[in-house]
Design a protein around this ligand. Structure first.
Ligand code: PMP
Length: 775
């Protein structure tokens, strides 16, 4: 096995001077530098230039070739990494040759790198962090490098430890023999896991004499000796350095973590990488002790060179075992940023929250929930208890959908700028999005929320029509900006004289059932009256904003005929129609990709929010290109974060997941199944009424003697579902007496069963209790 014994070629300083002259045309004085397997010299010219001449062992042409190629690779891939730069021979080759007693030894020359060896420097945490970053950058640069010589069996590769362990009987002091054998056994046990880790070319020997630093500037100025490179798990790189720095008395948990922290900034580490660290570091110490033990019998000169290092390794191994695997690994996970993310240790007591967010910051449920993780239709609390999410529509394709998470991670790791530079991703997204919309809706403005999208739509509508009035449904919700709050009667904002509201359709209206003609006449009359009252206040309608699920108005599913009756007079009066698809877009209705299509409506502007980014903040205004261009020409428009590449990546991944996983189809089939189950539950309880809505946006009416009693019971049901059944729902409608059921779209029949049974049991418990309580 390589590197057990030391055997540098016996070239003298005089020989080095001759080689410098013959091969490189340099007149120098040479002095020897340390080296285990190569003979190294420092060369100085009379005018003060310095070089390192390396005479490699004979018979290792492949290793020499690997060395040259890796340095050329780094020169190309990471010109700013402080690694040795090759100086070619006078005849232009990277390698020269020294012939000695028939042995032909490869020779190479590097520019000398200045700096203090880290082993001799006072390394503080900041410097160790820099070292970590440099190793991470090296890891990035070496990613694509390969050479057959990387497969060499070398004693310093810790994976060889179990083979070296046969020499444990020669270790002194004796007390170290068992810990070394234990380290070897642990490493052997870990080998299968190591083989699963990301592997690549690694330097493999970044110890304190191979790293040069400038302690004042806290910089790494040199990374030396690429002669022990191997193909190994990436984590081996920081592991070797951490083991070596431990011998410089850097404490295992804290200061060493800085190496990982820095490394992780450049090259992300996984939980499995960090899990392997303890065994790798222990194995490095054990390897040092075993190489020393072997040499004590076979290579006394080599043993002498390693003597001090081995003594340090013994102490370091002892210290590592004292700290223990659990404590050390915990600290390293924290440093590397690989600690399990649901390990949210922050205290979320209400006092602290009120102090920092204001006591008015809305909270759900009588007993507020602390959630730390989400996956698909499930949310988890810090104890790992699962809650069925029947409420959240932002995680449209499922909480933490891996496709969306990957897309966001990849893009944010690559580039995150704004739309004033050219970038293809947002165009891909705009193309893919508009392809799902009617042909006239062909251009986009990107913003960051549904409110912003509606705000912009409102501006466009006023600009395009020259009118100033707004029409919305009773108890509509369209957002939080000053302008849009005026279009949001649900928030109880001061009534704005420019805005009128329309009555919702009869509760229980179904898109598939034509309404009574009298209802249609009433709807048309209601609209005309609203327009009259707007006119009386001096306004003509600029826009009619419609959430096609009428969510905050109580969740309704009126037929196209109703929509026609409502919207025709608005159109005639010149209003633009804004389809607010924040709730019902992207297939939630099950039958139509866009909610307005289910209503038979053809909007002039469509606004999107919540689900489009599956949790990444994003809003979109879609309209005809001419309309958008006229608006841009008049006002100009730019939103710093709107349309950034990360949002575009998220948006694309959402569309992709919707299509691949046939989620709209699922919204239809599960929606119908859930409706049937809910209707069956409702039939058993006086306190439950109709099921409203369609697809995966359903409302279940809760009844009481008075609206106040209905509201109180509905709240009781929602709280009990969360508390006792771990099923998360909400309330909707002007009386807040409609149970709002709006889960992520991967919601399946089994989830529908859980929900229906939980509602059944919660209503049963609450109504029998109130019955017995009042009698
Ligand atoms: N429109 C509708 C129909 C909404 O439901 C909402 C949010 N609930 C908004 C607009 C506002 O979106 P955001 O909260 O992203 O500003």
């Amino acid at each position: 096995m390589l590197a057990l014994s030391t055997s540098p070629p016996p070239a003298s300083a005089a020989e080095a001077e001759r080689l410098a002259r013959d091969l490189y045309g340099l007149a120098v004085t040479a002095s020897a530098l340390p080296g285990e397997r190569d003979r190294n010299f420092r060369l100085r010219t009379a005018d003060g230039r310095a070089y390192v001449l390396k005479v490699l062992d004979a018979g290792h042409e492949a290793a020499a070739d690997c060395l040259v190629r890796v340095l050329r690779h780094l020169e190309e891939q990471a010109p700013d990494l402080p690694v040795p730069r090759l100086v070619p021979t006078e005849s232009g080759t990277d390698l020269g040759q020294w012939t000695h007693e028939d042995r032909r030894c490869p020779v190479c020359l590097f520019a000398y790198l200045e700096g203090e060896p880290l082993a001799e420097a006072a390394a503080d945490a900041a410097l160790l962090y820099e070292v970590g970053r440099t190793l991470g950058r090296l890891g990035r640069a070496l990613q694509g490098f390969f050479h057959p010589a990387l497969g060499v069996e070398i004693a310093w590769d810790v994976r060889q430890l179990p083979r070296l362990a046969a020499h444990a009987d020669w270790i002194e002091p004796r007390a170290l023999r068992q810990p070394v054998l234990d380290a070897s056994a642990a490493l052997e046990h870990r080998l299968p896991a190591l083989r699963r880790l990301r592997a690549q070319a690694v330097h493999g020997d970044c110890h304190g004499h191979n790293l040069l630093v400038d302690t004042d500037a806290r910089r790494v100025t040199g990374l030396l000796d690429f002669g022990d490179m191997i193909h190994a798990p990436l984590i081996v790189e920081p592991a070797v350095s951490m083991a070596e720095f431990m011998m410089q008395d850097a404490a295992p948990g804290e200061a060493l973590g800085e190496v990982l922290r820095g490394f992780g900034v450049e090259r992300r580490l996984d939980e499995a990488d960090v899990d392997a660290l303890f065994d790798l570091i222990a194995a490095r110490h054990a390897t040092t002790l075993l190489v020393q033990a072997w040499r004590s019998r076979h290579d006394p000169a080599g043993a002498r060179e390693l003597e001090r290092t081995a003594a340090h390794a013994g102490r370091a191994l002892d210290r590592l075992l004292t700290v223990g695997r659990a404590a050390a690994t915990r600290g390293w996970h924290a440093a590397a940023g690989t600690a399990p993310l649901d390990d949210d240790r922050s205290i979320v007591d209400l006092g602290r929250r009120h102090r920092l967010l204001g006591a008015g910051a809305e909270l759900f449920y009588g007993r507020p929930l602390h959630l730390t993780r989400g996956s698909g239709v499930w949310l988890y609390d810090p104890e790992g208890r699962a809650y069925l999410d029947v409420y959240n529509n932002v995680p449209h394709v499922g909480h933490s959908h891996p496709g969306v998470v990957n897309a966001i991670q990849r893009q944010t790791a690559m580039l995150a700028t704004h739309t004033r530079y050219l970038h293809g991703r947002i165009l891909d997204y705009a193309e893919r999005l508009t392809a799902t919309l009617p042909a006239h809706l062909d251009a986009c403005i990107f913003v960051n929320s549904g409110s912003e999208a509606n705000d912009v739509a409102w501006r466009i509508a006023q600009f395009a029509t020259g009118h100033t009035g707004g029409v919305v449904m009773e108890h509509a919700y369209h957002g939080i900006t000053d302008a849009v709050a005026a279009l949001t009667p649900a928030s109880g904002a001061v009534h704005d004289p420019r805005v009128v509201t329309l009555a919702p359709p009869p509760a229980g209206a179904r898109a598939s059932h034509a309404l009574d003609p009298a209802d249609l006449t009433a709807a048309a009359r209601d609209t005309r009256q609203a327009l009259d009252s707007l006119a009386a206040r001096g306004h003509r309608p600029a826009a009619f904003f419609l959430d096609s699920a009428l969510t905050s108005s109580g969740i309704h599913d009126p037929p196209a005929g109703w929509m026609e009756a409502v919207s025709a007079p608005l159109r005639a009066a010149g209003a633009l129609i804004v389809g607010d698809e924040v709730q019902y877009g992207l297939g939630r209705s099950g039958t139509h990709f866009w909610g307005f299509a289910r209503r038979g409506l053809s909007p002039d502007i469509v606004t999107l929010g919540k689900p489009v980014g599956n949790g990444f903040p994003m809003g979109v205004v879609v309209a005809n290109r001419r309309l958008i261009e006229a608006f841009q020409a008049k006002f100009g428009f730019f939103s710093t974060f709107g349309g950034n590449a990360v949002a575009a990546a998220a948006g694309l991944a959402v569309l992709e997941a919707l299509e691949r996983e046939r989620l709209m189809h699922n919204a239809l089939s599960t929606g119908e199944y859930l409706r049937a189950r809910l209707e069956a539950v409702a039939a058993r309880h006086e306190a439950l009424g109709r099921v409203r809505g369609a697809g995966l946006l359903l409302g279940l009416e809760v009844r009481g003697g008075t609206p106040g009693q209905a509201r109180a019971l509905a709240r009781g049901i929602v709280d009990r579902l969360a508390d006792r059944h771990r099923v998360l729902t909400g309330l909707e409608g002007p009386d807040a007496a409609v149970l709002k059921l709006r889960p992520p779209l991967p919601f399946g029949p089994a989830h529908a069963d859980l929900l229906a049974e939980a509602i059944d049991s919660a209503v049963q418990a609450l109504t029998s209790r109130s019955n017995s309580g009042t009698t």
